[in-house]
Structures are given as structure tokens and as C-alpha cells.
Write a protein that binds this ligand. Structure first.
Ligand code: G1P
Ligand code: ZN
Length: 542
């Protein structure tokens, strides 16, 4: 039986860079989840009888919200829901299932790399039929709907058993509980040379993959250990936990420090990698060398043809604006297109659908390709393994040869987290007000050649996205970018991205913060970071 329940709007359900993200207690307010889910369904058309994919990264509150989504999908008129066993689907696996089953769309429950638990983060995101995050047109419609909602509809039924694989009925709708790993593992086997990678592991190649007690554990165990023959135990922290074992499932140098320290030690394995809460990010570390995500994007693009799935070459490369320009020179050399988009994976969807780009990446540890419409952590790890198996060189040798060939983009991101929202907005407003007068002036000894607030003109659908980040470019080609995070759940996070291209062979081995010291100082003085935020140093440096 379908129940209509009266409700009143919340005024803070605006989806950010990647869906609606809030603390769990915030989501637990009466009807908060139901309002948002109903607003999603009310903003869509033509899904009667169609398939919806539902899954999440297993974090605290995942199962409860899945039950609500299933019952509301039945009331809304979906014909079938595919849900991962235990409510688990990594973000890239969900994207794959949406695509391969011709689903109408999907609801993915995750707050990505943010911590989980009763007082930590949760998130709800809607993906469209191409498997990618809903474009702004849809997220804006959802937000508009949340402001006027007056009732939601839900099928009145007991909870669905999410743990047994099989098909059951929820009123007129079918629920299929599916193996979360199988289809994804099969897709990876198609893209990569598994036999070459197996041979490499057979010859003693060693790796450490840290699943961070998040969603990739079961995927990595099956693919790396079972199918590719990595030594048992190569995948660590492999069991997804609702609170990620109390850690941040963020594969960066702060939260994956143990792995980093191991990779820098004499006993390091050949290859180290990690993924985040929902499995879309990646961290790549060779023995004695951390590969920045921007460099990794460039390297993967330059070597992709070594993998069967990309043997025919790439159509183009896309990167988010704050990502370093390392990939641009690879595209130039390959004679293919390069696209610069705002931050957030949703902007890559049109380029991938139109066949303009094959590989995409962001500086925030996200890389992926046209195989799905999300970034994909394990995909990046497997493409690296494929390249290592074919080239039979170390990660360090491959990276250093790349720098000699293309130059090195020294790159760092400084994050100031949980700062006062007004102070953060004031800082950005001040920067914007300075933009017009900056070109031709000098900041900390560096000449400004260009300054703007990035506006994206989508070459496929013509849509325009303004105010996507303040960038200041210097005449030596170095650059700084300022933007506020759109994924935070409390206060504001200021991200400052700093970059410099060096081609001089003697200067390819500098320490990153030193190589960028004058750009960093210029950013701090132009933005007045310490005066405006009270912070004298960033919270996280990546
Ligand atoms: C961050 C990253 C961005 C990524 C997003 C979702 O967004 O910067 O590249 O797409 O998370 O994983 P931000 O918090 O900066 O808005
Ligand atoms: Zn993620």
C-alpha cells in the first residue's frame, strides 16, 4: 500500500560538488532523507516501470537509507531496483551497472572520503542514465523542489533482506539483490591485460593496497589477489566498516600515512595504492616516490595504449581547471584534444558521451575513463599495473623519464579546513574584486600575466558555469588557484592550488614545497589568508 505523508521543506538541501552531504544527525531529522529522495523523483520524468540502481559505500546509516529509497522507489512507480548485496556498491561499480543494465538512473549513498559514523558524514547523490552524476540542470531542479515539497510517498512494507542475493517483490516493484563485484571485475578484465599482470605477480612483483576499511576491500581482494595472483595479504583493511575503523577513508598523504611511510622505507613493496570511502579515488605510490594525481593523469594518458582497452588510442584528455597542466603537454604530443572543466566529475560526462575525451582526471586523486561515468580508483591502479607489467620498469623510473620528456609540473594543494564561512566568502569576494587590476602587477616578485574567475562553456551542450575558481597566472607559467570546497559538511574549506612547470633537467628533483615557495608566499599575501582566516598554516598539504 502506498502512503502519502505530509512534510515541510528544509532550506538546506542544495546538492554540492557531489550530491547532498551532511552529518548523519542532520540526515536523521524527521523526513530529511524522504524529502530529498522525493525531490529527486519529482524532478525526473519517464521512469515508470524502469530500473533504478541503488547502493552505497557501507558507511553508518547506509542500510536505513537504502530501505527508505527502495520503498519510495516502489511508491514512485519504478519497475525494478538493482541493489548491491549488503547495500554495497562502489561508486564506479554503480555507474557501470546503470550503464550495462540500461537503468533510468541510480542513487548512490556516500560521503566519499569523509569519515563515517553516528556523528560523521553521509551523502545522497543521483546519477543519470549514462552512469554519471546528474548535471547542474537536474541538481538545481532537485534543490528547487526541496523548497516547495509538501508530501512524500512511500510503500508501506517490511524491510527488504539486503544480504541474500536474489529477486524479491516490493509491492508492484521487483528488487534484485546483486553481487556488487562480479560485473565490475568482468569489465576490468576486458580493459586490461590480466595475463601480463598475473605473470608480473608470478615473477615476485609485490604490492600493498590499502582499502581503508571502505568499499573497495571486496573488489580489490577479488581482482588483485584472486584473479591477478597478488600475494595474499596484499590488500589490507579489506573489510568495509560503518565507521571505516575510526579513520578518514581519504587516500592522501595524511590519512594513508602508514602506507606512505612503508613505501618510502627500504622494505617497500614495488607498488603501493589506496582508494577512498566509495572507491572512486586513488593514491599511487611507487617504491620511494609519491605520484601526484596530476602527474598520474598525464602518465596514464601517455601510456594508456599499452592496455588492450585503449590500444586504439585516446580521443582526448579532460582535466579539472585546478589540476596541473602536465596532461596538456601529453595531449599536445599525441595530437589529441585537451579540455579544462570546473571541479567535479559531473562536468566530464558530456565530453565522454560525445567521444571528445577518453581519459579524465582531477588533482583530488580522481582518474577515470569512458568505461564508466565516474572516476574509478581501482581502474587507475589496474592501468598502472598494466603499464608496469608491459614496460617492466619501476614506478620511479617511469615517472622520472616522463619528467625528462615533458618537464615537471611541481604541484601542491593547501587546504584550510573548517574556517568561518563569512571569512571564507569575504576572502573570495576580495580576490574577485582585485582581479581586473592584477595583470601587469607584481606579487612577491612574480609578474601577473592573467587573472580571472574561471567560467566554463560546455562545448557539447553550450551550458555555462561561472565562478568556478579564481586563477592567477604568472609570466613564468606558474599559477595559483583559489576556490571554496563544495563538498564540506561544516564551515568552509579554502583550497589553494599552486603550480610551476620546470623543464630544466637539473631542477627536476627538487622538494615540491621548496620549488613552489615563492608562489605559495604570493598566494598567502594576495589572499590575506592569515589576516582573514586566523590560520597561519594549512591543515592539509597534498
Ligand atoms: C572535492 C574535489 C573534487 C572532487 C570532489 C568529489 O570537491 O576537490 O575534485 O570532484 O571532491 O570527490 P571540493 O570539496 O573541492 O568541492
Ligand atoms: Zn570518493
Amino acid at each position: 500500500m502506498i502512503k502519502s505523508v505530509p512534510t515541510t521543506p528544509y532550506d538546506d538541501q542544495k546538492p554540492g560538488t557531489s550530491g547532498l552531504r551532511k552529518k548523519v544527525p542532520h540526515f536523521q531529522q524527521p523526513n530529511y532523507v524522504q524529502n530529498f529522495v522525493q525531490a529527486i523523483f519529482d524532478s525526473l520524468e519517464g521512469f515508470e516501470g524502469q530500473t533504478l540502481v541503488v547502493g552505497g559505500d557501507g558507511r553508518y546509516f547506509n542500510r536505513e537509507v537504502i530501505q527508505i529509497v527502495l520503498k519510495m522507489a516502489a511508491a514512485a512507480g519504478f519497475g525494478r531496483v538493482l541493489v548491491g548485496q549488503g547495500g554495497i556498491l562502489s561508486t564506479p561499480a554503480a555507474s557501470n551497472i546503470i550503464r550495462t543494465t540500461s537503468a533510468f538512473g541510480g542513487i548512490i549513498l556516500s560521503a566519499s572520503h569523509n569519515p563515517g559514523g553516528p556523528n560523521e558524514d553521509f551523502g545522497i547523490k543521483y546519477n543519470i542514465s549514462n552512469g554519471g552524476p546528474a548535471p547542474e540542470k537536474i541538481t538545481e531542479a532537485i534543490y528547487a523542489r526541496t523548497k516547495t515539497i509538501s508530501e512524500y510517498r512511500i510503500f508501506d512494507a517490511p524491510d527488504v533482506d539486503l544480504d541474500a542475493i536474489g529477486t524479491l517483490a516490493l509491492g508492484p516493484m521487483t528488487v534484485e539483490v546483486i553481487d556488487p563485484v562480479e560485473a565490475y571485475a568482468a569489465l576490468m578484465e576486458k580493459l586490461f591485460n590480466f595475463s601480463a599482470i598475473r605473470t608480473m605477480f608470478g615473477n615476485g612483483f609485490s604490492m600493498a593496497f590499502d582499502a581503508m576499511h571502505a568499499v573497495t576491500g571486496p573488489y580489490a581482494k577479488e581482482i588483485l589477489e584472486n584473479r591477478l595472483g597478488a600475494a595474499p595479504g596484499s590488500v589490507r583493511n579489506a573489510v568495509p566498516l560503518p565507521d571505516f575503523g575510526g579513520h578518514h577513508p581519504d587516500p592522501n598523504l595524511v590519512h594513508a600515512k602508514e602506507l606512505y611511510d612503508q613505501m618510502m622505507s627500504p622494505a617497500a613493496p614495488d607498488f603501493g595504492a589506496a582508494s577512498d570511502g566509495d572507491g572512486d579515488r586513488n593514491l599511487i605510490i611507487g617504491r620511494g616516490i609519491f605520484v601526484t594525481p596530476s602527474d598520474s593523469l598525464a602518465l596514464l594518458a601517455a601510456n594508456a595504449q599499452l592496455a588492450p582497452g585503449y590500444a586504439a588510442g585516446l580521443a582526448g584528455i579532460a582535466r579539472s581547471m585546478p589540476t596541473s597542466a602536465a596532461a596538456d603537454r601529453v595531449a599536445e604530443k599525441l595530437g589529441i584534444g585537451i579540455y579544462e572543466t570546473p571541479t567535479g566529475w559531473k562536468f566530464f560526462g558530456n565530453l565522454l558521451d560525445a567521444g571528445k575525451a577518453t581519459i579524465c582526471g582531477e588533482e583530488s586523486a580522481g582518474t577515470g575513463s569512458n568505461h564508466v561515468r565516474e572516476k574509478d580508483g581501482l581502474w587507475a591502479v589496474l592501468l598502472w599495473l598494466n603499464i608496469l607489467a608491459v614496460r617492466q620498469e619501476s614506478v620511479k623510473d617511469i615517472v622520472e623519464a616522463h619528467w625528462r620528456n615533458y618537464g615537471r609540473n611541481y604541484y601542491t594543494r593547501h587546504d584550510y579546513e573548517g574556517i568561518d564561512t563569512e571569512a571564507a566568502n569575504g576572502l573570495m569576494a576580495h580576490l574577485r574584486s582585485e582581479l581586473a587590476s592584477l595583470p601587469g602587477t607584481k606579487i612577491n616578485g612574480l609578474f601577473v600575466s592573467m587573472a580571472d574567475d574561471f567560467t566554463y562553456h560546455d562545448p557539447v551542450d553550450g551550458s555555462v558555469s561561472a565562478q568556478q575558481g579564481v586563477r592567477v597566472v604568472f609570466d613564468d607559467g606558474s599559477r595559483m588557484v583559489f576556490r571554496l570546497s563544495g563538498t564540506g559538511t561544516s564551515g568552509a574549506t579554502l583550497r589553494v592550488y599552486l603550480e610551476r612547470l620546470v623543464t630544466d633537467e637539473d631542477k627536476l628533483g627538487l622538494e615540491t614545497q621548496e620549488a613552489l615557495a615563492d608562489v605559495i608566499a604570493a598566494a598567502q599575501s594576495l589572499a590575506g589568508i592569515s589576516e582573514r582566516t586566523g590560520r597561519t598554516a594549512p591543515d592539509v598539504i597534498t
